[in-house]
Design a protein around this ligand. Sequence first.
Ligand code: PLP
Length: 370
Amino acid sequence: MSTLKSLANPWIGRLQTYEPGRPVEEVARTLGLADAESIIKLASNENALGPSPRAVEAMQRAAGAMHLYPDGGAFYLRRALARKLGVRSEELVLGNGSNEIIELLARVFLQPGDNIVMADRAFLVYRLVAEAAQAEVLAVPMKNFTHDLAAMRAAIQPRTRLVFIGNPNNPTGTLVDGTAIDRFMDGLPDHVVVVLDEAYIELLPPGQQPDTLKYARADRPVFVLRTFSKTYGLAGLRIGYGVAPADGVELLNRVRQPFNVNAMAQAAALAALEDDDYVQRTRRLVKEERAWLESAVAGLGYGVVPSVTNFMLVQVGRGRACFDALMRQGVIIRPMDAYGLPEYIRVTVGTREQNVRLVAALAAWRKQEP
Ligand SMILES: Cc1ncc(COP(=O)(O)O)c(C=O)c1O
């Protein structure tokens, strides 16, 4: 062991590391399987349809220009997004996944001694970026696996700078509606920035998506985060964005790398954004298969947290042991102990074929651990 840890900033050594979903190839290696094809991954809430065909074509066309740096200002993509969302290009900032935007927000708004408000069962990355910035985390208990916005509002302190609301939330799959958000935003103290993380929002039919962009348009201190990783099926490319008042975008532009979003990702995202047919098919698949999976899992006698997204929490008893058992059957899901939910696993909604395999694996676990 080197001396590097003793030389590092001490709070870095204390940070919890994020446990990502395990790649299929690694699991195949661990299990000694030559054939990675037989393994299914339902661990990272990816799009079961694969990438949008239009995005794939755009990437093939773009491949020949990969010797060139990308457009650091993502001009065409921001223009297309601005048109689609009804905001100005200046109100958009692109990131290497929306994860990068979450990090940039911590860089811009947090200093040691500040704090963030988040729900106790919300996306772990909020906590990680806050702790890396030496800010404190005020974790507010959820109610029924759903953000309790009144309690979160009451938790705000003078040194609170960021409030994170995952909507829909990962890992619970629950949504707070527009009325609840309006109530939360109404008369909010003016020293806090609200981050509405909408990574999964496009999976909902437009009529069920709360209108939060209106706050950015009205120059309220908000960042609405979206991503191409989920509904648009481009998780491997790492591309997401934030919508905020132009002065907020300008602050993030000061700290981001000049070429933070690669050219392939920009080309693919631009094409995917126009692929309405793919988005419709994604919504349909998620809706139908989620209902099927919820009822099949409930049929095994397991509790399920009703979800509006492409994943759900299932109460299986010993979550980590269940994760290990399913992995041995070639089904990768996510244990939830890192979220303080050791009795649960989180499963991504897959294709029917994948879901059938998941349910069979869960049934086998049920027999082993009634
Ligand atoms: C709630 C939430 N926010 C943000 C992200 C990050 O997405 P990405 O960095 O792929 O855009 C995820 C990914 O799982 C998520 O679940």
